[in-house]
Structures are given as C-alpha cells and as structure tokens.
Design a protein around this ligand. Structure first.
Ligand code: UD1
Ligand code: UDP
Length: 369
C-alpha cells in the first residue's frame, strides 16, 4: 500500500512526524512524504528533530501570504505530485490551508483521503478562522476519519459522517510529546538556561491566531505586562511566531521589560521541555492546549472558545477570552491562589496515551480488507 503523507506547517509536522516514523517501520507500506512548506523555518525545525526527509517539497511559503494564494498554489502543486505517485491513500492532518488543499486535490483525483485529528469543532466558522471551516470541509472530503476523542467522534456523526469510517485513536501529539520530554532535560539556550525554574514562576506565552491579530493581541500583550508588573516572581518566556504581524506587535509592546523574554521559535524538544518546567501557559495555540494538560500545567486560553473542551471539563484549561481584564484576572488567580493552582495543575490526558499512531496504522490495514 502506498501512502502519501502531506503536511505544511509546524503543528501538522509535529503531529504527523511520529506517524511517518511508525508507517516507515511497516513492511507492507510504502511511505511518501510531501510537504507544501506553507511554513519554512518552523517546518524545517521539526523535520530536523524527527529526521524526516520529504520526497517532495513544494516550498510554497511567502511572507504575508493570503489564504487564497496559499490555497491555490498548494492545490496546483499537490495535483502534479499525486498524478506522479498515484498513492492508495493520502493522509492529511487537522485544519490548515495545506489540509484543505491536500484533501481537495486528492478528491479531484478520486484518491481516498485519511483525515488525522478529525472532528474538532468550536461551533463558530470564524473562530478559529479559517481553521473551523477547513476542518469541516476536510471531513466532507475524507474517506476515513481518525478522531482523537469520543467528543470528536460525536461531532462527526452529528454532521452525517458514516460511523463505520470513523476510528477513535487518541491524538498523535501525545506520541510526539512522550518522545521528547524528560525531567533531566537541560536547555542549550542563552536565555532559558539562566532561568531558575524553581525560584521563579515561569509563564510560557504563545500567540499567533489570525482572528487575534490586531486589537485582541494588543489586549493580550497589555494584560501580560500588567501581570508581570503585579507579580515580582514571574518571568515570561515568549517564543515569538515568525508571522511579521505578531513579531511587530510583540516588539512594540513587550520588548523592553526585563522579565519578559522574547525569543525565536524553539525547536520542539526544548519547547516541550519548557512547558514541563514552567508554572503556567498563556496561549491561543491549539496543540499546546493538548500538551500542557498532559504535563500537568494549567492553561489560560487566549480565545473566546475552544474546539478542545475535554481539558476544560477536566479542569486544567480555562477560557479567558481576549479582553485584558479577564486575562489578568484568570492569570493572577493562578499565580496568587495556591489551592486554585493545585486544582488546575493535576495532569490529565484526555487526548491519548501515546498509541495513536499504532491505532491509526491498524485502522489503515482494515481499509485493505
Ligand atoms: C497557520 C495555520 C494555523 C496554525 C499556524 C501554526 C492556516 C489557515 N493556518 O497559520 O492553523 O495554527 O499556521 O503556526 O493554515 N512565517 C515565516 N516562517 C515560518 C512560518 C511562518 O516567516 O516558518 C511567516 C510568513 O511571513 C507567513 C506568515 O508567517 O506568511 C503566516 O504563515 P501562515 O502559514 O499563513 O500562518 P497562518 O495561516 O496564520
Ligand atoms: N511549538 C514549538 N516551538 C515553539 C512554539 C510551539 O515547537 O516555539 C509547538 C508546540 O509544542 C505545539 C505546536 O508547536 O506542538 C503548536 O503550534 P502552533 O501554536 O504554531 O499551532 P496550533 O497548534 O495553534 O495549530
């Protein structure tokens, strides 16, 4: 069976990497890796860590790319690769522009599509934007759906997807996380290795979502400054996304504070271990809402809703929204109320047990029968 694995951004790469490795170990499967490189540097960081050498690299990233540009260029680029390789199955991941373009390109050539991390829904087509629509469209285009949780399975069934094409597998992010986090980890980084993680309360901040760019991001960064000023034992580490809109604002609002460290995007290994050594996480990221609870770190989500309710229900994730005062209140509560912190920092892992790749592969074998 020839399987073409397609991805293009950092989060897809992190979550597909353990699956590529596991597929490569299967004697009956031939794996072809194709990257759109919707991201360049942030994708390459992951390819290097997991030692993946794609057979195809469309090298699509342009600075300030619009959704239409990246969608159309990916669609055309993927078409010729599919014509050349004629795979039996195309695997796409999640909800990015690469995901939608890949699923559509495969559908046009009547090649079955497997959708990894299927069934996440926020219920709002504009948040996350455009990811909510991308994943709904990917579900329509896919032949087989690998859902992480029971809730994700239910979402698909509610939209009329045939239950016999859905497999509950857990999320491959836990497989990836477990392969890189160790308590003994030592940073090789001029800023991270100087921080005393026991004496200080380290907050890891990430922000990049399109719908947060502009006023919501100004609110987020202003809230972070207020929190740091009110809590002398806090240090903030912000690996700044390479999106110029995020970088410019972070530079303007956060660069001149001695306890706020703006650093370049981290490779996956140091980043995952930084979560492990931190006190709490402030983020609008999707993947980090899955990783931090698994490491017992409370998450304040900088968004108005989430497609990942499992950790909210388990009590380790709180949705703060994008207004300054609410973000300050939720963060200060975690910093100043020890019993609240204790309640939110119990490790929970609703997203899998590190065997998602194995389950996905077993499901793929069933497709052949
Ligand atoms: C995309 C995904 C989003 C995911 C995010 C992960 C879509 C619609 N959105 O966000 O789901 O959460 O990636 O980070 O696909 N850039 C670089 N180097 C890089 C990566 C980005 O310079 O390695 C800069 C470029 O100027 C690029 C910009 O960041 O144009 C934005 O990248 P893009 O892939 O368009 O980001 P989003 O669509 O916002
Ligand atoms: N991540 C990383 N280095 C960083 C920041 C994040 O490796 O400096 C990882 C993080 O552990 C998670 C993924 O990147 O697995 C999340 O990516 P991002 O927030 O860009 O996208 P999202 O998950 O929101 O789609």
């Amino acid at each position: 069976m020839k399987i073409l694995v397609l991805f293009g951004t950092r989060p897809e790469a992190i979550k597909m990497a353990p699956l590529v490795k596991a597929l490569e170990r299967e004697e009956d499967m031939e794996v072809v890796v194709c990257v759109t490189a919707q991201h360049r540097e942030m994708l390459d960081q992951v390819l290097e860590v997991f030692q993946i050498k794609p057979q195809y690299d469309l090298n699509l990233m342009q600075h300030g790319q619009t959704l239409s540009q990246i969608t159309s260029r990916a669609l055309v680029g993927i078409e010729s690769i599919l014509k050349n390789e004629k795979p039996d199955l195309v695997l796409v991941h999640g909800d990015t522009t690469t995901t939608l373009s890949g699923a559509l390109a495969a559908f046009y050539q009547q090649i079955p599509v497997g959708h990894v991390e299927a069934g996440l829904r926020s219920g709002n087509p504009y948040s996350p934007y455009p990811e909510e629509m991308n994943r709904m469209l990917a579900s329509k285009l896919a032949t087989v759906h690998f859902a992480a949780t029971e809730g994700n399975v239910d979402n698909l069934i509610k939209e009329g997807i045939n239950p016999q094409t859905i497999y509950k597998t857990g999320n491959t992010v836990i497989d990836a996380l477990m392969s890189v986090v160790t308590p003994e980890y030592v940073f090789k980084h001029s800023i991270l290795d100087k921080i005393d993680y026991n004496a200080k309360k380290v907050i890891v901040l990430t922000a990049h979502r399109r719908e947060n760019q502009g006023t919501p991001m100004v609110n987020i960064f202003t809230a972070v400054r207020e929190v740091v000023d009110a809590n002398p034992d806090v240090e903030v580490v912000f690996p700044v996304h390479l999106n110029p809109k995020v970088r410019d604002l972070a530079q303007t609002l956060l660069s001149d504070h001695s306890r706020i460290h703006l650093i370049e995007p981290l490779e996956y290994e140091p980043f995952a271990n930084l979560i492990g050594k931190s006190y709490l996480i402030l983020t609008d990221s999707g993947g980090i809402q899955e990783e931090a609870p698994a490491l017992g770190k409370p998450v304040v989500v900088l968004r108005t809703e989430t497609e990942r309710p499992e950790a909210v229900e388990a009590g380790t994730v709180v949705i703060a929204g994008v207004e300054k005062d609410a973000i300050v209140t939720e963060t200060n509560r975690l910093l100043q109320d020890a019993s609240h912190y204790k309640q939110m920092s119990g490790a929970v892992n609703p997203y899998g047990d590190g065997t998602a790749c194995e389950k996905i592969i077993r499901s793929i074998y069933k497709l052949r029968v």
